[in-house]
Design a binder for this molecule. Sequence first.
Ligand code: LMR
Length: 396
Amino acid sequence: MFEVLPQLPADPILGLSAAFKADPNPLKIDLGVGVYKDENGQTPIVTAIAKAQKILLETETSKTYIPAQGVQGYIDGLTELLLGKANPAVLENRVAAVQAPGGCGALRILSELIKRCNAETTVWVSDPTWANHIPLIGNAGLKIETYPYFDKDQASIRFDAMVESLENVKSGDVVLLHGCCHNPTGADLTKEQWQVVLKLAQKTGFIPFIDVAYLGFGDSLEDDAYGTRLLVNNLPEVIIAASCSKNFGLYRERVGLALMVTQNSTTRNAIQTQIQSIARAIYSMPPSYGGALVDIVLNNAELRAEWISEVDMMRNRMQDLRALLVSKLKEYGAKRDFDFVNRQKGMFSYLCITPEQVRAMRDKHSVYFVESSRVNIAGISLKNVDSLAKSLVSVL
Ligand code: LMR
């Protein structure tokens, strides 16, 4: 039976790692998959997480199943990070949540939930959006449409066009928004623009579905939650998928959260059973380990403070690398103004160059990044920035 299925092309993001590994050029540069790297190109274990691992090793006494919703201290801790202390939705028991295997697991559970509510729902995603949003949502059987988001020629958000498009979204349709550090463009909505999105949701009745995978990598843990909190505090229903891959450096442990803010506690209780039954039918229950580590970090004052300063350090380093790249491009004679890279936020920058130029970077200079022109800023280092800037100038 298996012969009927063809071989598929490599994943547009994950496939880059394999291509990079296979390249024998010692000066190759990897700006592909979104993982934080230090100056030596390593992705170290976040210190607070390394300490939490020791604590867990000493204190864990059983490997029996955890509750179906996941580690409760993790769910509560991450919910508070996202929604703020004493959020009314939490106090009024209007928040349903399950720990999920990564942000992807959360996106998928929530897409399945939307389908259970109404299989005809259309999910509107930004153009462009993270490549994996499309299969995660589409394979759940939902229809996908796009709204304009980013203008590659102007290197800025097409906010007027976005508003015009969202004005025509039907009540009950779902609009996927990036909570912060938009992937792939790094172009984030301003606070004023979030206010406009809120008004649009109130007017049209669409339901926001917020993907928060880079909290703390934009401006700060608090500032990056602005849009999420604004919508949660002013709308009856909000869907949130969160990930701890990046800010806790827990990539391979797959730690995410699927969260629903509902209108009242009766609906919340029903939705809680629904999301648990969706998870049960796919993978039964989440792995405990990563959630248990985040629980320890968030609920230990010392480790929490240490973690916050590590997030600050990662963010500041990425901002410095942006500035460095922009100045090196100027130094090596780029005719185009790349200052927009400094205004983008988080781990990614959209260089706004053509797919041919991206391919030339790979084929001629062994620099690997996504064909859309998305680069992982954390892959830049003091060692490679000169050669990176020279290569870019040469393909422009
Ligand atoms: C990325 O966007 O590079 C990361 O989120 C990794 C992935 O799964 O695509």
